[in-house]
Every structure is written in structure tokens, then in C-alpha cells.
Design a binder for this molecule. Structure first.
Ligand code: AMP
Length: 410
């Protein structure tokens, strides 16, 4: 029997998943990936095979009830896996969990006690944590004996120096855990693991990785370790995102509540769900839609998006004392040539010189898009958070604690 690992990245209304076979030499091979969309309304299961070929695309329904929650959605997913996994046994499920707080600095096999501790971080990641945990709960109630492993987006940043993590607040507040954690760690960890293959010796130099997706952040790395990030205590800080505002004067929050009489819930909704590209453009949180619009508000939303990246790139370069490489990743970073061009133009003062032809050429793999003479190497490297989660899950199952991505072993 081949052991298979399932990876889950669970959001508010959709669940992304991937299944990996553990090969005889312990390497992982992705056999399928997919998503369940429309949870809580009209869920749909979509699955693609090894080479991206569509395997399934159907409505999930139980009797006549089209409105299903996460438990029914996972039931449908496991049923599909059961029907298509002859000769395989499911060894474990690995989950992306956005916030591990100060307690979790390594992937952890989930127990009821750990689940309760993770629930304590819900207020710190309201857009993600409840959905990450409800996936774990739903699967535990269906398969109580199936090992589940939580992999944290905060973990990669635990190497940051004290000054990068500290908020200038009184000691007792910092000691209560109010500090800068940083996020998108599974994506950065994957990029750090493949950097030497692409960048050679520069990989261990001063590198900024720009994870530009629905959520967006920058991470400054030296020696492939995080030294600073634009995200902080929560995943609200830093860059402009799809629906999140990024950096904001904390006085604005006080004014929204005391001056405009908004409740905590209303402010939370405003900052996490109604701001960013969506709030500024008034059109969409989706970069493709905003880029396609000729409305002046859409232009301004992109101007602000680029301005903040350029500004914070300068800030991270300062924390590194220079810059040798810039890496773009995630949905926007990997796919929007015009966005990359604009960021690189603004970063010319750092020594960035883009080769516009290779930038425009596209492609699906890792590629260098700077000129031969550029002082800063600019790369596009597709991220793979799912593989990172699968590797950690495999390591936890084997009692190794965490996947040692620096060893180069897969
Ligand atoms: P992610 O969260 O990594 O899946 O990224 C989602 C974001 O990537 C959305 O804002 C999409 O609009 C954006 N995106 C995906 N493909 C493209 C593209 N070809 N051009 C511009 N933005 C894109």
C-alpha cells in the first residue's frame, strides 16, 4: 500500500487541497490537487490530476440541502479520495494554520489541548484561524484516529532579531505576546529551500521575497533566514492587499471607534474585508479585475499598491544593509508582468534593472528577469506552500519533528 498525505489550506468559503504519495525513497509526489468552493452556500468540488488535467467538477449535495458546512464538504472530499485511491492509505492530513503565536515554533501533531491553544489566537487572525481550525475539527469528527499536523505561517519568522519583532510598547504588553510575528512563512520557507538552486551563492546573501497574492507581504532574508517582514502582530500590517489595508496609523483605529462610533466588529470588518484594493478601487479585490479596469479609482488602487511595495522594499533593504536579490512569488507576483515592472522601476535606485523582454515573456517555472548588468538579481519563483506542509507532515509522522529544508533532502 502506498501512503498518501493530504494537505489542506482552509479559508472562509473555500478549501484548497493537495494529495501526495510517499514514494519508496520517501520523496513526495503530488497526485492531485483541487478546491472546494462555495462552502456555506452552494459547494462545488473541483479536482485536477498530476499534470493539471481536470478530474472532477461537480456540485456537492446531500439530499435536497444545497447549503452545506465544512463537515459535509470534507465528507465529500474524503469520499472522492476513497473512490480514486485504490492501493493507497491515507497516512495523515497536514494543515496550514496561520497563527502559532509564541507557543508554536515547529509543526505540531494536533491534540484537543493544542486545538484549544490555537483557538486562543483567533482574534489575532480572524480572517484565517477560525477556518483553519474548523477544518481540523471537521476531519477529527469524521476520522478521530487520523493524524493531523498543524504547520504555521508564523514559524519561519522566529529567527528575526528582537528589534524586528518588538513593538515600542511597555514591557508588560510585549511580554503578553504583543509583538511582530510575520506571516506567509510556509511560502517563504519553500522559496528559501529552492533559492540555492536558482540563485547560487546569492541565495545566502541579502534577499527580499515579495509574496504578492490575495494577502501580501515582503520578507527580508539573510542566510535564507527571516530577518524582517512587513507583516506584524497580525496579517493586517504592511502592504496593501486584496481586502486588507496594510500599514495604518493606529490613531485611525482609535478615531474610527471614539470619533465615528464604530464597534470593534465593524472596525475589524472594515480593515480586514473592505479595504485594500477593494476599498480603494471600489471595484474588486482581485488584481486581474482591477488591472483590467480603466476607472481612475482602479489606477489609484494600483498606484498605492505599488507605492507601498516600493516604500517597504526600501525599508527591508535598510534592515538588511543592502540588497542582492528580489524574488516575486504568489498569484500577482508570479503572473502580473506590469506590476513587477512598476515595482522594479521604483526600485531602480537600489540597483534593480529589469529585462522587460524576459519579464513579459511569462512562463510557469522559476526565471531570472533582471538584465545581466543588474546589481540586484530579480527572479520570479512560483511558491509551493502545499509541498512544504506535506514535507513537515511527513517529518512529524516519522518522528523527525520538522522537515529540515536546509539539508536539501526531500
Ligand atoms: P493568490 O492568493 O496567491 O492565489 O493570488 C491571488 C491574486 O493573484 C488575485 O488578486 C489575482 O487577481 C492575482 N492574479 C492571478 N493571476 C493574475 C494575472 N495573470 N495578472 C494579475 N493578477 C493575477
Amino acid at each position: 500500500m502506498t501512503q498518501t498525505l493530504l494537505v489542506i489550506n482552509s479559508g472562509s468559503s473555500s478549501v484548497k487541497f493537495a494529495a501526495y504519495d510517499v514514494l519508496p525513497d520517501a520523496a513526495l509526489q503530488r497526485i492531485a490537487n483541487g478546491r472546494i468552493e462555495g462552502i456555506g452556500s452552494a459547494p462545488r468540488l473541483r479536482v485536477w490530476g498530476q499534470s493539471g488535467e481536470p478530474l472532477e467538477d461537480r456540485r456537492i449535495s446531500v439530499s435536497d440541502d444545497p447549503v452545506l458546512g465544512p463537515e459535509e464538504a470534507f465528507e465529500a472530499l474524503f469520499e472522492w479520495l476513497g473512490q480514486h485511491a485504490a492501493g493507497r492509505t491515507l497516512g495523515a492530513v497536514g494543515h496550514r494554520v496561520v497563527h502559532g503565536g509564541e507557543l508554536f515554533t515547529r509543526p505540531a501533531r494536533v491534540t484537543p489541548a493544542i486545538l484549544a491553544q490555537l483557538a486562543g489566537f483567533t482574534a489575532l487572525a480572524p480572517l484565517h484561524q477560525p477556518h483553519n481550525l474548523s477544518a481540523i475539527r471537521a476531519i477529527a469528527s469524521l476520522y478521530p484516529d487520523l493524524p493531523q499536523v498543524a504547520c504555521f505561517d508564523t514559524e519561519f519568522h522566529t529567527t528575526q532579531p528582537w528589534v524586528a519583532q518588538a513593538c515600542a510598547l511597555p514591557r508588560q504588553i510585549t511580554e503578553a505576546g504583543v509583538k511582530r510575528y510575520g506571516f506567509h512563512g510556509l511560502s517563504y520557507e519553500y522559496i528559501a529551500s529552492v533559492l540555492p538552486d536558482q540563485l547560487g551563492a546569492v541565495a545566502n546573501g541579502r534577499v527580499v521575497v515579495a509574496h504578492l497574492g490575495n494577502g501580501a507581504s515582503l520578507c527580508a532574508m539573510r542566510g535564507r533566514r527571516s530577518v524582517s517582514s512587513t507583516m506584524g502582530f497580525t496579517a493586517l500590517d504592511g502592504l496593501v492587499m486584496g481586502t486588507r489595508c496594510g500599514s495604518l496609523d493606529p490613531g485611525v483605529v482609535l478615531y474610527l471607534m471614539s470619533g465615528l462610533g464604530m464597534s470593534v466588529q465593524a472596525v475589524e470588518k472594515l480593515l480586514y474585508e473592505q479595504s485594500g484594493l477593494l476599498g480603494v478601487s471600489g471595484i474588486s479585490s482581485d488584481m486581474r479585475t482591477v488591472e483590467a479596469s480603466a476607472a481612475p479609482e482602479a489606477r489609484q488602487a494600483i498606484d498605492l499598491y505599488v507605492y507601498r511595495i516600493a516604500q517597504q522594499l526600501g525599508s527591508l533593504a535598510a534592515s538588511l544593509g543592502g540588497l542582492e536579490a528580489l524574488v516575486f512569488t504568489a498569484g500577482i507576483g508570479e503572473n502580473s508582468a506590469s506590476l513587477r515592472r512598476r515595482v522594479c522601476e521604483d526600485a531602480a535606485w537600489l540597483g534593480v534593472a529589469l529585462d522587460e523582454e524576459t519579464n513579459q515573456a511569462g512562463g510557469s517555472g522559476a526565471r531570472c528577469i533582471s538584465t545581466a548588468g543588474s546589481r540586484v538579481a530579480v527572479w520570479v519563483i512560483p511558491t509551493n506552500e502545499e509541498l512544504m506542509i506535506a514535507r513537515h507532515t511527513q517529518a512529524v509522522l516519522q518522528g523527525r519533528g520538522a522537515h529540515d529544508w536546509r539539508s536539501g533532502r526531500v
